[in-house]
Design a binder for this molecule. Structure first.
Ligand SMILES: [Zn+2]
Ligand SMILES: [Zn+2]
Length: 192
């Protein structure tokens, strides 16, 4: 067995020793941890150090330990249309099998499972962080918006249109403005 490089005191490391490798035995883990660095995409992410709530169930199965549950936090980003701050609640499901090390080695030795996605237990320890990233990042909006119908910024002056729905510039060419004035006075005559 490979010596573990995991620190059992790390908040992202889960202890499975008490499951005793008995299929069916389980324990739950609820803890609030500080979000790791760079948990997100360029446009939106969970700020480093902010609260992440882990609500997990660890269950021994034949091949290893199955971790299921959810990860909750708050992502902060920028609206792609108007650059306003966007805050999105995150509730990411997680389901990950951590294979017993000797099972993983046996699978590799027999050549029938070269799957790079297989995660392994390190001794009795689970390193949750990579799976946590894989669970959280895809739930973040690809194009964050401050609201679904954000009208964006004025192409003329950069004003945020959501703050000023009637925002408009007088774009009428002066030559046409004169005609507009005439049409306007016609309308006024008809109305009266
Ligand atoms: Zn916006
Ligand atoms: Zn404008």
């Amino acid at each position: 067995m490979r010596p573990s490089h995991l620190d059992p005191r790390s908040p992202f490391v889960l202890e499975t020793h008490e499951l005793g490798r008995r299929p069916g035995s389980m324990r739950t883990v609820q803890r609030t941890v500080a979000a790791p660095d760079e948990l997100g995409s360029g446009m939106i992410g969970i700020p480093s150090g902010s609260d992440l709530e882990l609500d997990l169930r660890l269950e021994a199965v034949m091949e290893g330990v199955l971790v299921t549950g959810s990860i909750r936090g708050e992502a902060v980003g920028e609206c792609v249309r108007c650059l306003e701050k966007v805050v999105e609640p995150v509730d990411a499901p997680i389901q990950e099998l951590y294979v017993y090390p000797e099972r993983a080695q046996a699978a590799v030795a027999s050549g029938d499972d070269e799957d790079e996605d297989v995660r392994e237990l390190e001794g009795d320890l689970v390193d949750l962080e990579p799976a946590l990233r894989d669970s959280v990042v895809p739930t973040l909006p690809f194009r964050p918006l401050c609201r679904p119908d954000c009208p964006g910024l004025c192409s003329q002056c950069g004003a945020r249109l959501a703050d000023d729905p009637d925002h408009a510039h007088d774009l009428i060419d002066p030559r046409w403005a004169a005609l507009g004035g005439l049409a306007g006075s016609d309308d006024e005559k008809r109305e009266s």
